[in-house]
Design a protein around this ligand. Structure first.
Ligand code: FPP
Length: 251
């Protein structure tokens, strides 16, 4: 179950936002184009993208965001050239090895969203160990969507529900929610996609039904703390109606 911030889970020292999203989800896109624009190999784009992720995690902790979900590898990314797939796998392994201690010290709880069975056993171990090691941290939940697809998640949930012998009458939105990889966590308030693409690419298609979307042309390696701040300010300007009228939301 999601635990809101308490005395033991300090919130932002820099809480400068009127309306801070609790849960931000990010499609980190544009590493390849960032590199190409500089005449660099795609690998360099991913390297810079990884470096940038560190800054954004830090900024989320600083701003007091409670949950950050990142789309690191989709079920469709297996279609990329084998070398690039290997690189993305090795990036996660390196990040977990190199950053785990610091993430833990900063109160970051790592969770995995997606399927582990197609992932190499050593990386599976690394992911599970990182989740176990950080499971009691409460400052920021970092959901790493890796080998994740929204449709695959729904199919998986339905399979589990059928296996559990749930009857048709017992099926509800809350029940489905609890079978998602994000079970127990609040839905994302805002989904950010960098690089100018205007689609959601099978990311959190169940959970983001009422999220506010923020699209920016900035490539992921350049999406820094200031860009995140802009996105959060824009979020604060939006009125979330959840199907109601303006008057009902703000009488
Ligand atoms: C999209 O850029 C990015 C990805 C497919 C994921 C890569 C993410 C990182 C390197 C950040 C950290 C990663 C992990 C595993 C923690 P793209 O290659 O689609 O760029 P393009 O659309 O410009 O080609």
């Amino acid at each position: 179950m999601f635990v809101p911030a308490t005395k033991e889970t300090p919130v932002s020292s820099d809480n400068q936002f009127e309306n801070l999203p609790k849960h931000i989800a990010i499609i980190m896109d544009g590493n390849g184009r960032w590199a190409k624009a500089r005449g660099l190999p795609r690998t360099e784009g991913h390297r810079q993208g990884t470096e940038n992720l560190r800054q954004i995690i830090r900024a989320c902790v600083e701003f007091g965001v409670q949950i950050l979900t990142i789309y690191a590898f989709s079920t469709e990314n297996w279609r990329r050239p084998p070398m690039e797939v290997r690189l993305l796998m090795s990036i996660l392994q390196t990040v977990l090895k190199r950053e785990l201690k610091e993430l833990h010290t900063n109160g970051v709880q790592i969770r995995h969203l997606g399927k582990l069975d197609q992932v190499a056993p050593a990386l599976q171990r690394e992911i599970l160990d990182a989740c176990e090691y950080t499971k009691n941290n409460k400052r920021l939940i970092l959901n790493v969507a890796f080998n994740y697809g929204g449709r695959d998640e729904i199919v998986n949930a339905v399979r589990e529900i059928v296996r559990a012998g749930v009857t048709a009458e017992q099926v509800s939105e809350d029940l489905l929610n609890s079978y998602m990889y994000t079970g127990g966590l609040p839905d994302p308030d805002m989904v950010i996609r960098t690089s100018g693409e205007l689609r959601i690419s099978n990311f959190l298609i169940w959970q983001a039904a009422y999220a506010e979307y923020y699209f920016t042309p900035v490539y992921w390696p350049d999406f820094d703390k200031e860009e995140l701040r802009k996105a959060i300010v824009e979020y604060g300007r939006r009125t979330r109606r959840f199907g109601m009228t303006d008057e009902q939301v703000d009488p």
